[in-house]
Ligand binder design. Structure first.
Ligand SMILES: Cc1ncc(COP(=O)(O)O)c(C=O)c1O
Length: 419
């Protein structure tokens, strides 16, 4: 069945909003009401967009909390002693971070001194912060060393040596490179290791040197960390299992390790072919990999928590046919949600109000002067006119945090929904 079959209202006796309730993204807190108005939780998205203006990011906090609870429940049920650090690089909106810090369900994963200070200033206690950065300068490491209670995972021999000089005798983690990657639908661009060498972490063949550095400075390596890639779903779980298998080779050489941080990477569905990650299966892969080792497992999900909790609201700027292609322009460009253009991740634009009438397949484009500024091609939409509101789904992760002001189109509001 094609996307068009799924989306076009065609079944006899069914109203369009009844029919769209069968689409892949429809869920209890994201669906059309009886009059065809799209709701995220209690929020009428068209009404919000008209009051705040567009473009506007909206994120629903209770969904993020619900997903945190789902992860805790799955790991508890599998008997995995664990902790969660939310990867704030996915969405560092002050409103969201302050809210999450108050919930006490997770710490924060940060990757730069500025992210570290941002997380602390939003209310995350220092001892609930995990720092794993890359290409760290001497200045970066000096700044990190001022915060002794956070968990620091140097990702190179060089960084390990620098922290050893600054804080001899301390406990540290190390980021390892498992030499094997994982990513949404095998997408190479989302994999952090495997095939060619990557910059992320210390490879197995250099662990002896890491131990030597630790010995020189009296450091105790109590943690290993890795993040092999982003966006994995059930079909990639066997690959996750292989990554975890490799990590045990590192553990065998590092007897003081008490915690394994397996990074983030848990994905969400992007189109009708994707199924939600089965957290129970995921948790059992982890439980099996580390059974009997008496370890705490840390995870640092970003996308899984925030991506499908957020939406980018845009307005239609024009509609025009070019060489038989129906173009729909939006007042938001790829600079506000870069993943579709950069990583070829599918984007799902939907009308905030579903009007009756025939559906049309559109190529949706943004307002930035770049050829790659294209949201979706040949995408079925219910009737839509200039000035209508279009919601871009899955914009809660790596959209606002990666945005740029390219073409001076970076002006945008962010709204946190509390119900
Ligand atoms: C070290 C590290 N941890 C966690 C994450 C979060 O990944 P995701 O949002 O895919 O869960 C990333 C993403 O780049 C990362 O680099």
């Amino acid at each position: 069945m094609s996307d068009t079959d799924l989306l076009s209202p065609s079944l006899e006796g069914e109203t369009p909003h009844q029919e769209i309730s069968k689409t892949w993204w429809n869920r209890p807190d994201l669906s059309y009401d009886e009059s065809g108005r799209l709701k995220l939780g209690a929020c009428d998205l068209d009404a919000l967009a008209r009051r705040f203006g567009t473009p506007t990011y909206v994120i629903r906090a209770p969904r993020v909390v619900e997903k945190l609870k789902q992860i805790h429940a799955a790991l508890d049920a599998a008997g995995v002693t664990h902790r969660i650090y939310y990867a704030i690089k996915a969405n560092r909106t002050v409103q969201l971070l302050t809210y999450l810090a108050g919930q006490g369900l997770c710490g924060a994963d940060v990757c730069s001194p500025e992210e570290m200070r941002h997380a602390i200033s939003c209310g995350f206690p220092e001892d609930q912060i995990s720092f794993t950065g890359t290409s760290l300068s001497a200045t970066d490491i000096e700044q990190i060393s001022r915060f002794s209670d956070l968990s620091f995972n140097p990702d190179s021999l060089n960084a390990l040596k620098k922290i050893g000089k600054l804080k001899p005798g301390s406990e540290v983690g190390i980021r390892i490179n498992p030499d094997i990657g994982i990513g949404y639908a095998g997408n190479d661009m989302l994999q952090y290791s495997g095939n060619a060498p990557t910059k992320f972490g210390i490879y197995l063949d250099r662990i002896a040197e890491a131990k030597e550095i630790a010995k020189t400075y009296g450091l105790k390596i109590v943690r290993i960390h890795f993040h092999a890639g982003c966006g994995y779903l059930d079909r990639e779980l066997s690959q996750l299992s292989r990554v975890l298998d490799v990590s045990r080779k590192f553990l065998d050489q590092l007897p003081d390790v008490r915690e394994v941080n397996i990074g983030g990477g848990l994905g969400v569905p992007h189109n009708a072919n994707d199924k939600s990650l089965d957290l129970d299966k995921w948790a059992s892969v982890i439980a099996n990999a580390f059974e009997g080792r008496n370890l705490t497992i840390a995870i640092e999900p970003g996308d899984f928590l925030v991506k499908d909790s957020g939406i980018l609201l845009t307005s239609v700027t024009y509609q025009e046919t070019r060489k038989s292609v129906e173009y729909l322009g939006l007042d938001a460009g790829f600079n506000l949600a870069m993943e579709p253009a950069f990583y070829s991740l599918p984007c799902e634009p939907v009308c905030a109000v579903m009007k009756p009438g025939d559906w049309t397949n559109y190529t949706l484009v943004g307002n930035v002067n770049e050829a790659l500024d294209k949201w979706a091609e040949n995408h079925p939409m219910s009737p839509v006119d200039e000035g209508d509101i279009v919601a871009l789904l899955n914009a809660g992760g790596y959209a606002s945090s990666m945005r740029s002001s390219h073409c001076m189109r970076g002006d945008v509001r962010e709204v946190l929904l509390l119900e």
